[in-house]
Design a protein around this ligand. Structure first.
Ligand code: 5GP
Length: 184
């Protein structure tokens, strides 16, 4: 039995990280794919837990070796899914969650993998998204503006996903995503 591949996308600040953390707590059979990135770690982020933090040169070496299932450039940095993350999860019979943006999701769709389900997590409104990004306080105003511009583009693509879940109330959103993973 192969596990499911669950793709979750959603604009920066939509609460995706929190939803994912709660899902992983609830379901021990679900593992998060750790991506590789060239962006700087935020305070409290650890190499190998949130991301594998690598240099641009190292990342480009991985692209050339075909080690990545998909990758993209997002706000000036590379992000990609190592193939080994999927293999590891599936060998152990676990479902795997990919927290990736829209281009990555499109590339995963194109890869034609079995047992794939895609979910878009949306904020209740664009204004709410702006508020949450400012409150989070981890990015400069300039980065926030770039992320908001990107969010607009991402929101326009949500109909390409199998499911759209609105993160208005956190617990409800977690329940909805959990239900989809378990039953779809
Ligand atoms: P952040 O910098 O906030 O951690 O992530 C920025 C965006 O990159 C998020 O939308 C996240 O889903 C996406 N992302 C993280 N890892 C990957 C990956 O491996 N591939 C792709 N395509 N996007 C990723």
């Amino acid at each position: 039995m192969k596990g499911k591949i669950v793709v979750i996308s959603g604009p920066s600040g939509c609460g995706k990280g929190t939803v994912i953390a709660k899902l992983l707590d609830r379901e021990s059979n679900l593992k998060l794919s750790v991506s590789m990135t060239t962006r700087e770690p935020r305070p409290n982020e650890c190499h190998g837990r949130e991301y594998y933090f690598v240099t641009k040169q190292e990342f480009e070496k991985r692209i050339a070796s075909g080690d990545l299932l998909e990758y993209t450039e997002y706000n000036g940095n590379y992000y990609g899914t190592p193939k080994t993350e999927l293999e590891k999860a599936r060998e152990q019979g676990n479902d795997i969650l990919l927290d990736i943006e829209i281009e990555g999701a499109e590339n995963v769709r194109r890869a034609g993998l079995d047992n794939l389900v895609t979910i878009f997590l949306a904020p209740p409104s664009f204004e709410e998204l702006r508020k949450r990004l400012i409150l989070r306080g981890t990015e400069s105003p300039e980065v926030i503006e770039r992320r908001l511009a990107r969010a607009e583009k991402e929101l326009a693509e949500k109909s390409k996903y199998d499911y759209v879940v609105i993160n208005d109330d956190l617990e409800t959103a977690v329940d909805e995503v959990y239900y989809i993973i378990k039953n779809k």
